[in-house]
Design a protein around this ligand. Structure first.
Ligand code: ZN
Ligand code: ZN
Length: 119
């Protein structure tokens, strides 16, 4: 298995949460102390489909804000199951940090990699 070592380039899109979105995240039973009112897309530069930023994580559920030029919505997801080092028991920095079913390449803290390179 080879890891794509292409330079990490994240989509530059950003979104400012509106009052109802902030209120929604505020109402989640999350231990996260502070929610940023502006979030940046966490997908790969040039990705297809909606932009996506992780708003809050509540236990196994990740609430992602997804948006296009004309609309935005908050959707619950679980973690993308892809790992760069398959077989490891717990999540680590090499696991995909995106949501299950995302478009484009998988993303970790250090790199992007293609699905056909993962197990
Ligand atoms: Zn984006
Ligand atoms: Zn992934």
């Amino acid at each position: 298995m080879s890891i794509d070592t292409e330079e990490l380039t994240t989509c530059p899109a950003r979104i400012t949460l509106d009052a109802s979105q902030l209120a929604f995240f505020d109402g989640l039973p999350s231990a996260a102390p502070s929610l940023q009112s502006e979030l940046g897309c966490e997908l790969e530069h040039g990705h297809e489909g909606s932009h996506a930023a992780l708003g809050q994580q509540v236990e196994a559920t990740m609430w992602w804000l997804q948006w296009t030029l004309s609309a935005s919505e908050i959707n619950p997801y679980t973690w993308c199951p892809a790992q760069q080092a398959p077989g490891t028991q717990s999540r680590n920095d090499n696991d995909c940090t995106l949501f299950d079913g995302h478009l484009g390449r998988h993303s970790s803290a250090t790199t992007y990699w293609s699905a056909d390179q993962a197990a």
